[in-house]
Write a new protein. Structure first.
Lengths: 406, 295
């Protein structure tokens, strides 16, 4: 009898232990891609970002190791209120573990707060504002692909060095445009240049002629376009019409994606300088990934740096989960692990994540090829400079991130 | 002061698009009593037809100006015959909802295949007369550099608008049309095929939108959402001008383009909202619109 009871206790203890172990090794993950699926940024993120996440899940080999990964996506319509509603619902009801992409700086800064409040994870690829890892940094956000500080220092500094010392800005009137103009202005002033004026236009405008005439009248050598997507392509196209480049002024696309260049065509886009952390035609690995990606895209488009960032950011997140031995469902803990492990993947190369959440990797300065130099569709860029990862982004000593003050 | 002239002219250019589009809306509303929310979608289709003509068949801009409105007009007439005609006599809301749904479907299909960034379409470079290459390049007017293409848009759309107004208000065909709107039964009694006339009118309104689409293709990217972005403003233009008033929508179209242009100069942040502020003011003072008659 006594033996029976002790066997029973032992059995209970074993069952408890097994159960406890199973809890620690929860191997389910839910990934949510929150992006612009229908608006002016949907070509640079959109369905391509969801596809990139899908490919990361497949390529990670997590399923073979016993993980169960679900993927959902939603359209935030570039509206912060819609985005935060979706984010709350995803985290509370759908039990989403990690929010991917979240392009549009206005949206990203709003979702940033939700993710922190709910102790979830955001791996941001598409938003530009460097505030995400500066004053607005949180222990739950990783900013993966690029930011306004990098763009300003790479493109802005190169143009001032080449003699463009007076600037006029055409700026998208929301968080992103303001951040990009601010960061670029700092670089221009620091390099000895001058900013002679700027004009703010509403997001998603179709006619830029009024703004271009004001830029033309300013006589600035460089017209800096602190906007993105459809706004930038329309500005560039209409600038050609008003003879701005022919008149000796130079356009600076501070944020140009390969989808924009493809949409403009090389005839219009040739000679523009732009900065990017990813280009499909960098090496065998990026080419292999991009071909696979384009084959699965409905529009047959090559990946933008935003979509590539979703892919490699998510792969790194999975590495962190594996290192934790299971999904702790604790955003801050998962992000801390991500910062601990050095980043290394096929698309962005080796790098690291800083304590403020900023992922470091090299930034490339490209020039858009002339039509004669291009060997075919999507052969658009030639590399003219590389900034190493540790210099491309804001140094920690200049960061106002509260996490660093502990 | 020079800058002001330039902004006035630029406003006039945008006004041309507003005028052409609101004219089509006014014609359709005036004759069919349908609030056509698919107007932006057919405008976009006009631009896409021009793009396809050039890239698939090599047919250039000048022919596209003629062919695209006809192709899209026929598409519109098919819509009218198969769907819209059944809504005649019902509340405006039904037509509005149906055309709104159509617009979403058309835009969705184009976006699915062509993405959102748009496709390039350049300004025509023929015929080459003297030193000019078609409509490329520009002229220095002293106070501004005017792209020739923009000048062409203003003149061409003005001509089209006035021609449409003349046809409807001053010709026999136009008088039939107006009579058919007032009292279709009576006009039928005179042996005029009213349903066919209504179909053709819808085709005309849609064709005008497609024409505006072709005109805008070289200025803006040919994008699936190009119409959706514009149509809300155009509706405001029609409301300000007075629903169904032909001349009212033409004048308001140009005038609002100019007012918007001025706003872009003095207070650019408000340039997307100024039209709607005006709309509210007009509705408060004169609910039928500036030139509208009380129903």
């Amino acid at each position: 009898m006594k033996q029976r009871i002790s066997t029973f206790i032992l059995g209970t203890a074993l069952a408890l232990a097994a159960n406890g172990g199973a809890l620690a090794q929860d191997k389910t993950v839910k990934v949510g891609v929150l992006t612009d699926n229908s608006g002016l940024y949907s070509d640079l993120g959109g369905a391509g970002s969801t596809l990139a996440a899908q490919m990361a899940i497949e390529d990670s080999g997590m399923a073979a190791k016993g993980w169960k990964i679900d993927l959902i996506s939603a359209d935030h319509q570039n509206k912060p209120d819609i985005a935060t509603t979706i984010a709350r619902q995803w985290i509370d009801v759908e039990k989403v573990d990690v929010l991917m992409d979240v392009l549009n700086s206005g949206v990203a800064l709003a979702v940033n707060n939700v993710v922190k409040e709910k102790n979830s994870v955001m791996i941001n690829s598409g938003a530009a504002s460097s505030d995400l890892t500066n004053a607005q940094c949180t222990p739950n956000t990783v900013h993966w692909t690029y930011d306004t500080y990098m763009l300003a220092h790479s493109t802005g500094a190169a143009l001032v060095k080449a003699g463009g010392d007076t600037w006029y800005f055409i700026t998208a009137d929301y968080a992103f445009g303001a951040a990009l103009e601010r960061d670029t202005t700092a670089v221009v002033l620091a390099s000895g240049g001058k900013v002679v004026g700027s004009v703010k236009h509403p997001l998603n405008s179709s006619d830029f002629s009024s703004f271009l005439l004001q830029a033309q009248a300013s006589k600035a050598k460089i017209i800096g376009m602190a906007n993105a997507g459809g706004d930038t392509t329309n500005t560039i196209k209409q600038a050609a019409e008003f003879g701005i480049v022919a008149g000796g002024q130079k356009l600076a696309g501070l944020l140009l994606f390969i989808s924009d260049v493809h949409s403009l065509g090389l005839n219009v886009a040739q000679g523009l300088n732009l900065s990017s952390t990813f280009y499909w035609d960098m090496n065998d690995q990026t080419r292999a990934f991009s071909k696979r990606f384009a084959d699965r895209m409905k529009t047959k488009a090559m990946p933008t740096m935003v979509q590539a960032g979703v892919y490699s950011g998510l792969l790194h997140y999975f590495k962190a989960l594996e290192a934790l031995g299971g999904n702790p469902h604790d955003g801050a803990k998962e992000v801390a692990k991500m910062k601990e492990i050095p980043t290394d993947d096929a698309l962005f190369g080796k790098g690291s994540i800083q304590p403020n959440g900023r992922a470091l990797h090299p930034a490339y300065l490209f020039e858009v090829k002339k039509p004669a130099e291009s060997k075919g569709p999507w052969d658009y860029y030639k590399l003219i400079g590389t900034t190493p990862g540790d210099q491309a982004f804001r140094p920690l000593s200049e960061s106002a991130c509260p996490l660093l003050k502990k | 002061m020079q800058a002001l002239y330039a902004q006035l002219l630029v406003g006039l250019i945008n006004g041309s698009f507003y005028a052409l589009l609101s004219l089509g809306l006014a014609v359709i509303f005036g004759m069919l009593n349908i609030i056509n929310f698919a107007h932006g979608a057919v405008y976009m289709m006009g631009a896409f037809v021009a793009y396809f003509l050039l890239n698939l068949t090599g047919v250039g801009y000048w022919w596209a100006l003629l062919i695209a409105p006809i192709v899209v007009g026929i598409f519109g007439m098919i819509l009218e015959r198969t769907m819209l005609q059944w809504l005649a006599g019902l509340d405006h809301l039904y037509g509005l909802l149906l055309t709104f749904g159509m617009a979403l479907i058309i835009q969705g299909v184009f976006q699915n295949y062509f993405g959102s960034s748009g496709l390039p379409y350049s300004i025509p470079d023929y015929p080459q007369i003297g030193g000019y290459h078609g409509l490329q390049g520009g002229m220095n007017l002293g106070f501004m550099f005017l792209p020739i293409y923009r000048g062409w848009v203003v003149i061409f759309s003005l001509v089209v608008c006035l021609a449409t107004w003349y046809t409807i208000e001053r010709t026999r065909l136009g008088s039939y049309l107006r009579a058919a709107t007032e009292n279709p039964t009576l006009v039928r009694a005179f042996g005029i095929n009213v349903p066919r006339m209504i179909t053709l009118t819808f085709g005309l309104g849609v064709g005008l939108a497609a024409l505006a689409g072709v005109l805008s293709a070289p200025i803006n990217q040919v994008r699936p959402l190009m119409g959706a972005d514009l149509i809300i403003v155009v509706f405001a233009v029609v409301v300000i001008g007075g629903m169904g008033s032909i001349m009212g929508s033409i004048i308001t179209g140009f005038a609002l383009g100019v007012i918007e242009g001025m706003t872009k100069y003095f207070y650019p942040e408000a340039s997307n909202t100024v039209v709607f502020v005006l709309m509210v003011l007009v509705l408060l003072v004169k609910p039928t619109g500036l030139t509208g008659r009380a129903a």
